[in-house]
Design a protein around this ligand. Structure first.
Ligand code: URA
Length: 261
């Protein structure tokens, strides 16, 4: 009798959490998000990179500069998208790699006229090893479809970060900087006519500034190509009233493709 009651209490507690928006049970123990945020703040003020294992080699003096140097060398040495994926897979300086299940490199059609740059993989992307396959990806697909585009036919997709940050925190400035040479090379090799830059992290990596509310909908240039910043689909899921602006930006993209195609 007592255990049946306990079951009902536990069930009611679970229903209550689901009503509050909990949609994932991933840990045996609770996560202290205040502590995680404090840690991220600390890391932001003193960005750390993982030193590459170098048996028998004297420690280098500036790990951040070394990490950037190696990123540049690896990226510039890649002559194809497959080679770039390999170059990223072998890059050991980014801590995020340690906690990720998969490298998330790209989806869609290489060489497509439109290339979308997102932020970083979330849980679903980390599991499947593909960008934008969760809820935000579903919305992105519907947005593209509304103007006759799709990742199976005429869109190529990547992220600034190829590895999922813990608890989906924002990538740190040092982590974005390390990925910049890879992203730049990725764009050169995919060679799109236009870039769609979704959200602030991608604006930071490609335009060197944030402020998506002001930047969105205005054509600019990134990596020598026309680029249109847009609200990130995950942000649109949280702020559905902004879909109106997103629709205007999609029409802008469609007009550009027609005018230049
Ligand atoms: N958000 C992103 O920016 N990229 C993904 O791949 C998924 C969610």
């Amino acid at each position: 009798m007592e255990s049946a009651l306990e079951w009902h209490y536990a069930r009611a507690a679970l229903d209550w959490q689901i009503d509050l928006g909990v949609d994932e049970a991933i840990c045996e123990l609770p996560v202290d998000r205040f502590a995680a945020e404090a840690e991220a703040r600390e890391a932001r003020s003193a960005p750390k990179v993982a030193a590459a294992p170098a048996p028998g080699v004297a420690p280098k003096s500036d790990p951040v500069a070394d990490a950037l140097d190696e990123a540049r060398q690896r990226a510039s040495g890649a002559d194809t998208l497959d080679a770039l994926r390999e170059a990223l897979a072998g890059y050991e300086h980014c801590e995020l790699k340690r906690g990720a299940r998969n490298l998330v490199f790209c989806d869609g059609v290489p060489g497509a006229r439109v290339m979308i740059v997102g932020e970083a993989p979330g849980r679903d992307e980390d599991i499947q090893g593909k960008p934008f396959v969760g809820r935000a990806g579903g919305l992105l697909d519907r947005m593209l479809e509304a103007i006759g585009l799709s990742r199976t036919e005429n869109v190529y997709i990547t992220n600034v970060m190829p590895w999922r940050p813990p608890q989906n925190r924002d990538p740190l400035p040092a982590e974005i900087a390390m990925m910049q040479p890879f992203l730049s090379r990725h764009i050169a090799l995919a060679d799109p006519d236009v870039l769609i830059i979704t959200g602030n992290i991608a604006c930071d990596a490609l335009l060197g500034r944030r402020g998506i509310t002001r930047l969105r909908g205005q054509w600019t240039e990134a990596e020598g190509r026309p680029a249109l910043p847009m609200f990130h689909p995950a942000y649109l899921l949280r702020q559905p009233h902004l879909k109106r602006e997103a629709w205007a930006d999609l029409l802008e993209l469609s007009a550009k493709l027609k005018a230049t195609g």
